[in-house]
Design a protein around this ligand. Structure first.
Ligand code: PLP
Length: 360
């Protein structure tokens, strides 16, 4: 068996140890005589799996007791509607910071449910930088301020936490959750699709401060009502049981690797290998402002786009896949989440050097 270095933005590479354990446990989980996939979500086995995943997430991220952790479905795109349905009713309006493709999608969807203001935008820089907080125009009457903490497509990431005063900060952390320590108490709500850094697709994690629940618009479907889900321990409807199980294994694996501080160190070291190479290259480039560069998704361009196809083919032949950039940005993109080993990034840079020597 040969495993590739998979640079996919999501669903993304998972730790091999997790996949091996899941394979070992596939037919008979811990002597239960069944697969996790076959378990009742209300049986004691799955309730234990669910509780352990939540408790690991709480421990790793340092989630305060005044926050609920919800395991939902619908993905981050679903949350683009579910967040305003649950939160915007308080005052009828919300502030959004536009830093690229994903925040654009979020604010567009929110307009269906209330008044949306753009508090700041990275448009002037063509979304290659996060607007400085001093340029933000925040409305003290907004129900919340929404950010995307890491723009998976554009490759810009917040390396600081915005101060939104008494207005709750809401973050789409789909592509950088669990990549570094964060202070959850600075946020009112955090959401993330699991398939970048936490597990398989199908699971959406929502971390919400308790006092923000209970203001849902009357049109909110019960399964998407945070209060309803919180009161039912995320079991109002059948949760994505197998995805929760795999996420639990990933969380255990991350804990064994040393938790958030260790992940941050590992991710910084990996990203440095790639950015250092890009910065000295005259053939490859990355156009993101240095202070705002993502440690998770690194877009880069070849000097001559006519060579893109040859670059991708050569990478594939060396067992490196999913490097094609998003059509909005073009060029290449290497997604280097927690589960991408540094060897994968070194192999990519080695290949880039060879390609540059050949074509540069
Ligand atoms: C991948 C991604 C999404 C989309 O998630 P879905 O699970 O497809 O709904 C939204 N926001 C960000 C930041 C992402 O990286």
């Amino acid at each position: 068996m040969t495993r590739v270095f998979n640079f996919s933005p999501g669903p993304a590479t998972l730790p091999e140890a997790v996949l091996r354990q899941a394979a070992d446990e596939m037919l008979d989980w811990h002597g239960s005589g069944m697969s996790v996939m076959e378990m009742s979500h209300r049986g004691k086995e799955f309730i234990g799996i669910h509780a352990e995943a939540e408790s690991l997430l709480r421990e790793l991220m340092g989630i305060p007791a005044s926050y609920k952790v919800l395991f939902m479905q619908g993905g981050a795109i679903g949350e683009n509607a579910i967040v305003p349905m649950n939160l915007i009713g308080k005052t009828g309006s919300a502030d959004y910071v536009n830093t690229g493709e994903w925040s654009k999608k979020s604010l567009k969807e929110a307009k269906t449910y209330g008044k949306v203001s753009i508090a700041a935008s990275g448009e002037a820089s063509n979304f290659t930088a996060i607007p400085k907080q001093s340029e933000w125009k925040l409305d003290p009457n907004a129900s919340y301020v929404h950010i995307c903490s890491n723009e998976t497509i554009g490759g810009v990431e917040y390396h600081w936490t915005p101060d939104t005063g008494a207005v709750p900060l809401v973050a789409d952390m789909s592509s950088n959750i669990l990549s570094r320590p964060i202070d959850v108490s600075k946020y009112g709500l955090i959401y993330a699709g699991a398939q970048k850094n936490m597990g398989p697709s199908g699971l959406t994690v929502v971390i919400v401060r308790e006092d923000l629940m209970g203001h849902a618009l009357p049109i909110t479907p019960s399964a998407f009502n945070y209060k309803t889900q919180a009161d039912a321990d995320s079991m109002y409807n059948t949760p994505p049981t197998y995805a929760i199980y795999i996420a639990g294994l990933v969380l255990k694996h991350v804990k064994e690797r040393g938790g958030m501080a260790a992940m941050q160190e590992h991710n910084r070291a990996k990203a440095k290998v790639l950015y250092d190479y890009l910065d000295q290259s005259r053939f490859f480039s990355n156009s993101v402002a240095r202070d705002d560069r993502s440690l998770m998704n690194v877009p880069f361009q070849l000097r001559d786009a006519a060579l893109d196809e040859a670059f991708l083919k050569g990478a594939q032949a060396k067992g490196m896949i999913q490097l094609k950039g998003h059509r909005v940005v073009g060029g290449m993109r290497a997604s280097i989440y927690n589960a991408m080993p540094i060897e994968g990034v070194r192999a990519l840079v080695q290949y880039m050097k060879e390609f540059e020597q050949q074509h540069g």
